[in-house]
Design a protein. Structure first.
Length: 361
């Protein structure tokens, strides 16, 4: 007995992010390029509804343009290959592109290193679109299944869209050792490491950024309009929304989360993120570079990019702000979490530079 299953763009419409990218690419309009400005403490509002409305309005125009048609077709071709298992489609991509992924919790220095990679490759980092450079896309998260949403298929389709965008954006980029180098800040790769490893291929390099949870928590709440007056958790921006989501995924009661201490919520997010980083398959790659947050360490690594890619420029200064005297009351909890993550990392054969992290930058 034969069974025929038909899935169309009704079940899997292209994302507003993809439509916006194609529109700007075709019309040669400026992209949203705010990703590199990580010193700003302003909270960037999410405009999901506005983006959806814009995508609906622009979709017919994109579908009538040959470049738009080709890119959307290519996206669905890759999506089908990922859904059904066609390694040959990925092999062709992997032979042309070399991905260098910067992976780590938010506010761990990854944006700085990603920017320096683009600069070392001779690209104007401040003109690289958010969707190409930064960690919002492709989507990857702890598994969730609900009405009209399956996080596994969302991840798969967004990866296909990202690859189609890479082919357009890097079409005329110079080769380095017979491959086009594609830097990517890939915070979300930690959640589904084996998937990212499989798609990007064995030549991919991963730069893992690590930071003490107290310093990272301070940086997170400073990015989110400040420490809550009552010290309780609130989801005000993207990072705190990820904190909320991950805490719930790992068993926290959704109804009482806002009653939880802010640092306890952050620390649980930080700890579980590092377990995912170690345990979901990313370490299958043998090309890992681990860097702990710190001025000299970050700038030394950035300088190595410029040497490697024979750039005549110099890396930006890595600006660091000393937070070591703040929130001493959090120290004991933080140290326990760092110790647990160290033990788990060592259990699976990974280096975790505890002493550097405990410097608490």
């Amino acid at each position: 007995m034969g069974v025929e299953i038909k899935l169309t763009d009704k079940e899997f419409p292209v994302s507003p992010v993809f439509i916006d990218f194609l529109h700007r690419h075709i019309e040669e309009k400026e992209f949203d390029t705010t990703w590199f400005n990580q010193l700003s403490e302003s909270l960037v509002p999410t405009k999901a509804a506005e983006k959806r409305e814009s995508a609906v309005a622009l979709a017919p125009q994109i579908l009538q343009h040959p470049t738009g048609q080709q890119a959307i077709y290519r996206c669905y071709e890759l999506f089908t290959a990922l859904l059904t298992g066609v390694p040959e489609k990925l092999r062709i991509l992997q032979e042309r592109y070399k991905f260098i992924c910067v992976v780590g919790c938010p506010r761990h220095g990854g944006s700085y290193l990603t920017k320096q990679l683009f600069l070392a490759l001779g690209m104007d980092a401040e003109k690289v679109p958010n969707v190409i450079a930064h960690d919002g896309f492709p989507e990857s998260a702890p598994f969730e299944f609900k009405e009209s949403h399956n996080s596994a298929t969302v991840m798969t389709q967004s990866m296909a869209e990202y690859l189609a965008m890479v082919e357009l954006y890097f079409a005329s980029s110079r080769m380095v050792n017979n491959r086009i180098v594609v830097p990517k800040k890939a915070t979300k790769a930690a959640y589904n490491g084996a998937f990212f490893n499989t798609v990007f291929g064995p030549q991919t390099e991963y730069i893992i950024t690590l930071r003490h949870p107290i310093a990272a928590c301070i940086s997170t709440y400073e990015k989110s309009t400040g420490y809550p007056v009552d010290g309780k958790f609130k989801a005000r921006g993207n990072i705190e929304e990820w904190m909320r989501r991950d805490n719930i995924f790992n068993g926290e009661d959704v109804n009482t989360l806002n009653e939880k201490d802010y640092f306890d919520t952050y620390l649980r997010y930080w700890e579980q993120y590092h377990y995912a980083l170690a345990l979901t398959g990313l370490p299958q790659s043998k090309s890992w570079t681990i860097v702990s947050y710190g001025g000299e360490r970050m700038q030394t690594l950035a300088k190595s990019f410029f040497t490697r890619f024979k750039s005549k420029g110099t890396p930006d200064e890595f600006k660091i702000f000393d937070k070591r005297d703040r929130h001493q009351e959090w120290r004991k909890k933080a140290e326990s979490a760092v110790n647990r993550v160290t033990d788990v990392s060592h259990t699976v054969g990974l280096t975790f530079p505890r002493d550097e992290i405990m410097e608490c930058w």
